[in-house]
Write a protein that binds this ligand. Structure first.
Ligand code: ASN
Length: 449
């Protein structure tokens, strides 16, 4: 009966991986930046708006394909396309010669620039030379970062790199960095929305934005995009989208029903996002823990088995998995493995569960080993000398005592697994931490969130 249960759980686990790796037919997965207004940003009701979002929606409608959008942040989006986790990227992404080596870009859809911003009221920076000795924040993987790297020695500033725009703007607002560099339209939009920023240094033009796919893959999507863009430009739809966010009389204001600077306002506006983040956190923790129990118990029993090969196998498993930091394991499974084993393409959520499962299983194996070893050896010897076999002794004498010893450690491990789900936010899964970060990206209420 127990064997059967384990067998079915394993089957379920394998099926679960299968679901994650299934190609979804004519639906394309498109990745975007996370907090990057006016190109993509989350509204207070949890929906996303922005120029990229609207363009994509309109074009997919006219060209008749379906899209599944996800908003992992710029560098994560680039990585997802390059590792085959996503089919295309639209993220206010500049078309550069360097990027053309690994991406196929659409026709340009927007002209952009890069620009420094400082905190409003900071009068110490008027020109780029004034950045000497200061720290400038920038987002990883961006054209702004390239610009800063080329100029840091000349102007004597240091660079602090952020994964996400929201963190970078937070850092500026609390004075961790004295300036930031981001795309001109993004900074200007933030100023127009009333953020406490100033732009004393003139912007530098950087050319055009494009929609992109990994070179040699999903190339048809670029054609669809170009065709849709052409139609949108011809029928005025393109201008309408731009005007909605950045036109002279655009004044697109995020629908802000409630003041988010109080706890009640914050909860009222965000309880759905937070609840859905909490849901993801709990599902990841519970599922991964259930799978980890199965695998961990198997390896734990191996580690006390009389068969040497099983003991060695268990030692290797535990040492290898325990030796790899969970974040590295998660990134490796999600981004690394598909490059090596193309069929092993898990979605972020499943990859997260997989990483959590492996990690927790190694610790559970050790808990099981410790629990069994804590039962005095005399018990086994007495039982065997009374003529009971190894397995019945384990089942009837050793395990009932060992399990009692293990229970507190299992509870402990579950608490650890629950908290470790935060690490999975690096894959772009919107669990509780990521949900909070997105809210902060909008309202800057870091302490309260
Ligand atoms: N504009 C940036 C770049 O092209 C991308 C971004 O920040 N979303 O490098």
């Amino acid at each position: 009966m127990k064997k059967k249960t384990i067998f079915f759980l394993m089957l379920f686990f394998i099926a679960f991986i299968g679901i994650g790796s299934e190609a979804d037919g004519k639906t394309y997965k498109v990745v975007l930046d996370s907090t990057y207004a006016p190109f993509e940003f989350q509204n207070t009701d949890g929906t996303y708006s922005g120029i990229d979002v609207d363009l994509l929606d309109e074009i997919s409608k006219t060209e008749g394909f379906t899209i599944q959008k996800s908003f992992p942040g710029f560098q994560a989006a680039v990585d997802q396309v390059q590792s085959g986790q996503a089919d295309a990227i639209i993220a206010g992404m500049s078309i550069t010669d360097e990027r053309k080596k690994s991406f196929t870009f659409s026709d340009p859809y927007f002209d952009s620039s890069i620009e420094f911003a400082v905190k409003k009221g900071d009068n110490s920076t008027k020109k780029i030379e004034d950045l000497k000795g200061k720290v400038v924040g920038v987002k990883n993987g961006t054209v702004s970062l390239d610009f800063l790297n080329e100029n840091k020695d000349k102007y004597g500033f240091t660079i602090k790199i952020f994964d996400e725009g929201a963190q970078m703007y937070d850092a500026l607002s609390i004075g961790q960095v004295q300036a930031i560099m981001d795309d001109g339209p993004v900074v200007d939009y933030a100023v127009a929305q009333g953020k406490e920023l100033a732009t004393p240094i003139p912007a530098t033009p950087i050319g055009h934005y494009g929609f992109a796919v990994k070179k040699g893959q999903n190339e048809e999507l670029v054609k669809y995009f170009n065709e849709g863009l052409r139609k949108l430009k011809a029928n005025g739809g393109y201008d309408k989208i731009l005007n909605k966010y950045i036109g002279k009389d655009a004044g697109y204001k995020e629908p802000k029903q409630v003041d988010e600077s109080t706890y009640s306002g914050l909860l009222q506006n965000n309880w759905q996002s937070l609840l859905s983040g909490l849901g993801n956190t709990l599902v990841m923790a519970l599922l991964s823990f259930a799978f980890a129990m199965v695998i961990g118990i198997i390896f734990g029993l191996f580690s006390v088995s009389p068969i040497k090969a099983l003991r060695i196998l268990s030692t290797i498993y535990v040492d290898v998995i325990r030796g790899v930091p969970l974040m590295v394991l998660a990134v490796f499974i999600f981004y690394g493995l598909p490059q090596f084993l193309p069929f092993f393409k898990l979605n972020d959520f499943v990859a997260g569960i997989f990483a959590l499962t492996l990690n927790a299983s190694a610790y559970i194996a050790e808990i099981v080993r410790g629990g069994i070893n804590a039962v005095p050896a005399g018990q086994m010897e007495a039982s065997r000398s009374l003529g009971l076999g190894y397995l019945p002794t384990m089942q009837k004498i050793i395990l009932p005592q060992a399990i009692r010893i293990m229970v507190p450690s299992f509870v402990n491990q579950f608490v650890i697994s629950l908290k470790d789900t935060t690490i999975i936010s690096v894959l772009g899964v919107i669990e509780l931490l990521q949900a909070g970060k997105i809210i902060v990206g909008r309202n800057l209420q870091i302490f309260k969130v």
